[in-house]
Design a protein around this ligand. Structure first.
Ligand code: NKO
Length: 195
């Protein structure tokens, strides 16, 4: 039923839109959007409030992406719709209505969502993320590399339908586009290293 399906995507978007990084900053009396990179993601929360809080945000932002996909899995929806639910959660995180349709960059939410879509692909791209991070110390570059390689790895490991492949590619592109200010800083050599 198209209407029920529509509700699943709305619900996924709403899950994704919960800005955990912003909320945890608020609890600590800080608007994380006014410090560091200005992002609400795990990396910036870690910069501002410390590793413990960064990991908490990473966990919660991933969890909401995983929950969105889990719901569509439990409803027995086909993979294409599961991917769309994941993308809805990523979009909710990137364009949160609670933050004036601004938000994060979607990496942690994609990690949780895509872990349920393709554990193998996600594990490998997690490894790519860490390799780039160890080599360059730029979280943004690591995220961008993981996102750009994700569709290719997904195609290789899962042999997805053309539609699933297109949806996953769109999700990855959204993440890359959301890093536009990081890309500008990287090109100018002004991006901050994480450690
Ligand atoms: O503050 O602009 P900033 O430097 O913070 O932050 C840039 C950063 C924003 O993202 C985050 C979340 C960090 C998550 C770290 C764990 C990531 C492991 C990713 C592997 C899988 C990725 C899947 C992509 C699917 C398309 O970038």
């Amino acid at each position: 039923e198209p209407f029920a399906l529509f509700l699943v995507f709305i619900l996924s978007f709403l899950f994704g839109s919960i800005p955990f990084g912003y909320l945890i900053g608020k609890i600590k009396g800080i608007d994380v959007r006014e410090h560091g990179s200005g992002n609400i993601g795990a990396t910036n929360v870690s910069r501002i409030l410390g590793k413990k809080y960064g990991l908490l945000v990473l966990f919660l932002d991933s969890l909401k992406g995983a929950l969105a996909v889990l719901i569509s899995k439990l409803l027995g929806l086909p993979v294409e719709y599961q991917v769309l639910a994941g993308i809805s959660a990523i979009a909710g995180h990137c364009f949160s209505p609670w933050l004036g349709f601004k938000g994060g960059k979607g990496v942690a939410t994609a990690l949780g969502a895509f872990l349920l879509i393709s554990p193998l692909t996600t594990l490998v791209s997690f490894f790519i993320f860490f390799t780039v991070l160890i080599l360059t110390r730029y979280v943004s570059l690591s995220s961008i590399t993981a996102a750009l390689s994700y569709p290719l790895l997904y195609k290789f490991f899962e042999k997805p339908s053309p539609l699933s492949f297109i949806f996953v590619t769109l999700g990855a592109l959204l993440i890359v586009l959301k890093h536009h200010s990081n890309i500008g800083r990287l090109l100018k050599g002004q991006e901050k290293k994480f450690f």
